[in-house]
Design a protein around this ligand. Structure first.
Ligand code: SF4
Ligand code: SF4
Length: 366
């Protein structure tokens, strides 16, 4: 016997974000049949669609299957009622970023367009305050040298502090998410350590093999692959840049291998994000509903990439606007990094935790 306690507010939110007519689902099960990832036992997304129709927030929010879905869109393509289950699952993921946000207000301002000015102002104020404390909040004289504007010691220490703070707050939210997954079915006893289960899903993470089965969105895997590895390469190069700044070898020469890797990462991000943005604009039929959260993630990462390339070029040609662009680039970087657990970028963390949990209860995808 299942006790049903509908959350009408949640259901309305789900309908608004997914743009789906939830109640028209007739539970035919076609979506679960065509889903190439759904396990044979308790497949998704048919059961999620009935929970969505009933507004059963607790069942949906702490459900690992929401994250095992890779949003290929095949279920929406074949749904005879046009209910768009892929968009409904995507909307649940979006609500999860707010639900597990620590602190809560960051989840709120990152997922509601009316708070966008505040979301932008926070990194602007933090960066400006650091520059004022460093005594460098002015345009330096002479050839462009960004360290005169934002001294490396200030940049590296503040960036590292905020990065570790973000990861710490993200872990608090993910811990609650993991506890909710455990509560879903208390009879299932997870086995193995987090590291052991993470190792067992290495192929899916490294090769993105779960994206290979998409039929409606064939370019999804390559775009995701380019953005994922482009961002990891950028993080790697940024870590080296912090080290180089400490050892006084900064800025790097154009031919420096790390500079070349950084530029390759930028090209990968540019192409991957370009494909994602083009698909959302020109192929709405297969790529489904695009929400504020989708655009915030894509546009902020795209602006970070493009402004990074322009800032690099501006230094080489000593452009008069170099420092203004550098400030804009820093705002983009900090926006993406400090808001990672609260925007769609958070799927990086949530999906891995859900996949690890699924491995621990031996829930295997097809
Ligand atoms: S979402 Fe569509 S395909 Fe899935 S059960 Fe409902 S009507 Fe059938
Ligand atoms: S979007 Fe794709 S992976 Fe997700 S439930 Fe639908 S068919 Fe399955």
């Amino acid at each position: 016997m299942i006790e049903v306690s509908p959350d009408i507010k949640f259901k309305k939110q789900l309908k608004r974000i997914s743009n789906s007519s939830l109640n028209e689902c007739m539970q035919c099960g076609t979506c679960s049949v065509v889903c190439s990832l759904a396990p044979d036992e308790r497949p998704f997304p048919r059961k999620e669609m009935i929970w969505a129709g009933w507004g059963m927030k607790d069942k949906l929010i702490g459900n690992p299957d929401i994250w095992l879905c890779h949003q290929c869109g095949d279920c929406s393509t074949y749904c005879p009622r046009g209910v768009k289950p892929a968009d409904v699952l995507s909307a649940v993921r979006e609500i999860s970023y707010q639900h597990y946000a620590k602190p809560k207000f960051l989840g709120k301002i990152l997922n509601d367009p009316k708070w966008f000015p505040v979301a932008i102002l926070i990194p602007v104020i933090i960066i400006s305050a650091i520059l004022i404390m460093a005594g460098t909040f002015q345009i330096p004289e002479g050839p462009v040298n960004y360290s005169k504007f934002f001294p490396h010691a200030w940049l590296n220490s503040s960036f590292s502090f905020l990065w570790f703070l973000t990861i710490g707050l993200g872990i608090l939210g993910l811990r609650n998410f993991r506890n909710d997954m455990k509560k879903q079915d208390p009879d299932l006893k997870p086995t193995g350590s987090f590291i052991k289960n993470l190792f067992s899903i290495r192929k899916e993470i490294i090769l993105h093999s779960n994206f290979s089965t998409c039929t409606a969105q064939k370019t999804r895997k390559i775009a995701h692959f380019l953005v994922f590895y482009g961002f990891i390469l950028l993080l790697f190069v940024t870590t080296f840049a912090i080290y180089a700044a400490v050892t006084h070898n900064y800025p790097l020469e154009f031919k420096n291998p790390f500079k070349i890797i950084g530029n390759i990462a930028a090209i990968m991000l540019f192409v991957g994000l370009g494909i994602m943005i083009a698909n959302r604009i020109f192929n709405k039929k297969d790529f489904g509903n695009s929400t504020y959260n989708d655009w915030l993630f894509l546009v902020s990462l795209f602006l970070l990439t493009v402004s990074g390339v322009i800032v690099e070029a501006a230094r080489f040609i000593n452009w008069g606007l170099a420092y203004h662009l550098y400030f804009f680039h820093l705002v983009c970087v900090w926006f993406v990094i400090i808001y990672l657990p609260y925007t769609k970028f958070g799927h990086l963390l949530f999906r891995v935790v859900a996949m690890v949990y699924a491995a621990s209860i031996n829930r295997k995808l097809k």
